[in-house]
Design a protein around this ligand. Structure first.
Ligand SMILES: [Fe+2]
Ligand SMILES: [Fe+2]
Length: 190
C-alpha cells in the first residue's frame, strides 16, 4: 500500500518532532518551488524534502546499529560522522517503515548531505533546498538564495564551497564526495 503525501506528512510530524519537522516542511516547500523552476516533478521534490531527514532522529550508536543490521555498504568517513550517516540510513529505512519505493527519491535522501558527481536534478534540488529553506539562518545564505532563483549550478557551487569551509573550520571529517561534487560542478557548464 502506497501512502499518500498527507499520510506521510502526518507520520513525519510524529517521527521528527517539532523543530526537525519545521525544517523538513521548509525543505519540502523549497524543493517544490525549485522543482517548478528547474523542471522536476514538484510533488516528488516535496516528498523527498519532507522525508530527507528521516534518519536524523537517531543517535550515532543507533545509526551505526542500523547500518550494520541493514548491511549497508558505507565508507569509514560516513560511518564515523552522524552528520553524514543519517542520510543513507534514512534512505534505507524509508522503504521498510513507510513503504517508499521511488528509487530517485531514496537516492535524494541518501545523498542529501554531500550530493555527488552525476547527481540527478532531484538530488541537486533536495541538497540545495535543505541548505536554503526559510528556517535556516547563517552568514552567506543571502547570495545562495538569490542564485537559487536563476542559476542552479551557481547556487550549488556556493552551497558545497560554504559547506566544505564550515567543515574545515569545525575540524570535522570532510567527505571526499563533497570535494568530487564541487570539482564536477566547476568542470561542467550547466
Ligand atoms: Fe540531514
Ligand atoms: Fe536537513
Amino acid at each position: 500500500m502506497e501512502l499518500n503525501l498527507e499520510e506521510i506528512r502526518e507520520i513525519m510530524v510524529r517521527h521528527l518532532g517539532k523543530d526537525l519537522f519545521r525544517h523538513s516542511l521548509g525543505t519540502a516547500q523549497t524543493a517544490y518551488s525549485l522543482a517548478e523552476r528547474y523542471g522536476e516533478e514538484p510533488e516528488r521534490a516535496y516528498l523527498a524534502g519532507m522525508v530527507h531527514d528521516y534518519g536524523k532522529v537517531y543517535s550515532s550508536e543507533a545509526l551505526r546499529r542500523w547500518a550494520r543490521g541493514l548491511k549497508l555498504k558505507l565508507d569509514q568517513v560516513t560511518l564515523a560522522e552522524p552528520g553524514l550517516l543519517h542520510a543513507p540510513v534514512g534512505a534505507a529505512l524509508l522503504p521498510l517503515e513507510l513503504g517508499l519505493k521511488d528509487a530517485g527519491v531514496l537516492r535524494a535522501v541518501a545523498y542529501h548531505t554531500t550530493c555527488r558527481p552525476g547527481a540527478s536534478l532531484l538530488e541537486r534540488i533536495v541538497y540545495l533546498a535543505d541548505y536554503i529553506e526559510p528556517g535556516r539562518e547563517f552568514p552567506g545564505l543571502g547570495p545562495v538564495r538569490e542564485a537559487a532563483e536563476k542559476n542552479l549550478r551557481a547556487a550549488l557551487v556556493m552551497v558545497v564551497e560554504q559547506t566544505i569551509r564550515r567543515i574545515l573550520d569545525r575540524g570535522r571529517l570532510l567527505h571526499p564526495r563533497s570535494v568530487e561534487f564541487r570539482n564536477s560542478l566547476l568542470r561542467s557548464k550547466i
